[in-house]
Design a protein around this ligand. Structure first.
Ligand code: GRF
Length: 194
């Protein structure tokens, strides 16, 4: 691990449910000399998530959490977070909603990426809704997580122009490329004060 001058990197976890391209971009950023974070743990609620392979290949501890019972699942997650001394959480395509109780325990320490220009298009199926509404622009937002879905303080946003020929799939692809660049930039901004 690269040492900050006189300071250790801050232990962080990434929560995923699928592909894991944002996990990958955060992880790559964490390896830079001047980054202040170290990814110590990946949590997935989905045992088929592709991101699990990335975590394994890069020797990051990865825990799969069954979400039959949210209380039990979150208790298990909190135990792992404590075990790995996790101070910050990055949600990267995590498809479960964290309870108010959980969020309180990590107040202002959970960051999420959402594929729209918040506060517009909170929730699921953003690209389909954006196209159906004939929007000229969409984009992505990195924000702090508070108790209300997709409503926490915005850290950074990137606008993406919608092309005439775009459908939800092509737009999702272009926005994802921007997400992968925006997430590390937003983390860098948040950690300036550390
Ligand atoms: C991203 O579009 C993110 O904004 C959304 O879920 C997707 C996750 O993609 N919340 P990936 O798993 O990081 O590739």
């Amino acid at each position: 691990m690269v040492k900050l001058i006189g300071k250790k990197k801050i232990s962080c976890a990434v929560f995923i449910s699928g592909r894991g391209t944002n996990l990958e971009s955060i992880f790559k950023y964490s390896k830079k000399t001047n980054s202040k974070i170290s990814i110590k743990l990946v949590i997935s609620n989905n045992s088929d998530a592709l991101g699990i392979n990335f975590a394994k290949n890069n020797k990051v501890t990865c825990k799969i959490i069954k979400y039959k019972n949210i209380k039990k699942a979150e208790k298990e997650i909190l135990n792992y977070l404590e075990l790995h001394n996790i101070k910050f959480i990055f949600l990267a395509g995590f498809m479960k909603i964290l309870s108010k109780n959980f969020i309180k325990k990590f107040k202002n320490k959970i960051i999420n990426i959402h594929p729209s220009l918040l506060p517009k298009y909170k929730g699921l199926n953003t690209h389909i809704r954006v196209i159906a509404n004939n929007e000229k622009f969409s984009g992505c937002t990195v924000h702090f997580v508070n108790e209300t879905l997709d409503s926490g303080k915005i850290i950074l946003q990137k606008k993406v122009k919608i092309l005439k020929e775009d459908n939800a799939k092509s737009l999702a692809k272009r926005i994802l490329e921007e997400e992968n660049k925006l997430y590390p930039k937003a983390i860098k901004k948040v950690f300036l004060r550390f």
